[in-house]
Design a protein around this ligand. Structure first.
Ligand SMILES: *[C@@H]1O[C@H](CO)[C@@H](O)[C@H](O)[C@H]1NC(C)=O
Ligand SMILES: [Zn+2]
Length: 311
């Protein structure tokens, strides 16, 4: 009797499993039918539903508190290997009719229309890209303004994510790129430090999905700009996890050494919608989960407090 009740509870828990994470649109969290409602996540980044407590929200999220290869991490020498951009095959289809851009409550996400990543003999299909603010990975100890995650899934249901830091373009570079665009030059934004056209285009409509659960169609998206930038740089690769519940491990991380840029105005516009959605840096891969270390520390402090009270 107790067993079957527990089973029913566990089933109910997994049915309502946290949606809208980094794994949205993959086998872990299949997307609703085209045109269906945008499902909003049941986890968050602040307080009781924040990353310190994700494991308690759902039994499926145990890895968040116990996994020893959790993401994001500080990308310091020794935790990653380098893979040249020229050594991966990366194609992303343009979206000439625009793309669905959704506010999942926990991030804003563009639903892509095809693309593949082939690295180290494995091929993954692009599902979506979304944004974190500030960056989740740290670049040798330093957080960046934002981070884009391009989420891929293989036929064997393995997940690969390309992470790209986004910086705020300086005013001069932003103004020059805007002038170039007005003059009809195609190379606007391609030079280092100028806003990335893809990001400026996507975020041009972010204010229209300020409410979680809403979606909008973006203007046409050209993906070759970002693909070329990624291929011309390198990837810092390591095996980590989803940075959102259920924090599943075995994720093939590819953190680019390239930078994308947004204008200061676009950064503010995106920030006003996204707010804050960055998981805190996790322990070095292979080391105990920082929440386990923290739990031991809390227990020791509680014992000491009790001893002090008796004494
Ligand atoms: C990372 O930062 C440390 C100092 O904090 C520095 O010694 C090291 O050269 C940096 N590594 C890279 C790759 O920039
Ligand atoms: Zn993500």
């Amino acid at each position: 009797m107790y067993g079957s009740t527990l089973k029913a509870l566990l089933l109910a828990a997994s049915a309502t499993r946290a949606l809208a994470s980094c794994a949205h649109g993959t086998f872990l969290q299949p997307r609703a039918e085209e045109g269906g409602e945008v499902k909003v996540g049941n986890f968050g980044y602040i307080g009781r539903i924040g990353p310190l407590n994700w494991a308690a929200l759902d039994s499926a999220n145990t890895a968040c508190a116990t996994g020893t290869r959790q993401s994001p991490i500080d990308m310091v020498d020794g935790v990653f290997e380098i893979l040249q951009g020229s050594d991966v095959e990366l194609t992303v289809n343009d979206m000439p009719d625009g793309a669905e851009f959704e506010n999942l409550g926990t991030t804003v996400e563009v639903v892509t229309q095809g693309g593949t990543l082939t690295a180290n003999g494995k091929t993954f299909e692009l599902q979506q890209f979304h944004f974190h603010l500030p960056s989740e990975h740290l670049d040798n100890g330093t957080s960046q303004a934002m981070e884009m995650h391009m989420v891929f899934q293989s036929a064997q249901q393995e997940i690969a994510v390309i992470g790209v830091y986004i910086n705020i373009a300086d005013q001069a570079a932003a103004a020059a790129a805007k002038r170039s665009r007005i003059m009809g030059r195609q190379d606007a934004g391609a030079s280092s430090g100028a806003p990335t056209t893809l990001l400026e285009t996507v975020f041009s409509v972010v204010d229209q999905i300020a409410t979680p659960g809403t979606r909008v169609k973006t203007p046409p998206l050209v993906m070759s700009e970002v693909v070329d930038i990624l291929k011309a740089n390198a990837f810092q690769i390591y095996s980590g996890s989803l940075t959102t519940p259920p924090c599943s491990e075995g994720v093939n991380w590819h953190v680019s050494t390239a930078r994308l840029f947004v204008s200061p105005q676009t950064f503010t516009k995106a920030r006003d919608v996204i707010g804050f959605n960055s998981r805190f840096p996790q322990n070095t891969p292979g080391q105990p989960n920082i929440l386990m270390i923290s739990a031991l520390g809390s227990a020791a402090a509680a014992v000491q407090a009790a001893v002090n009270q008796v004494a």
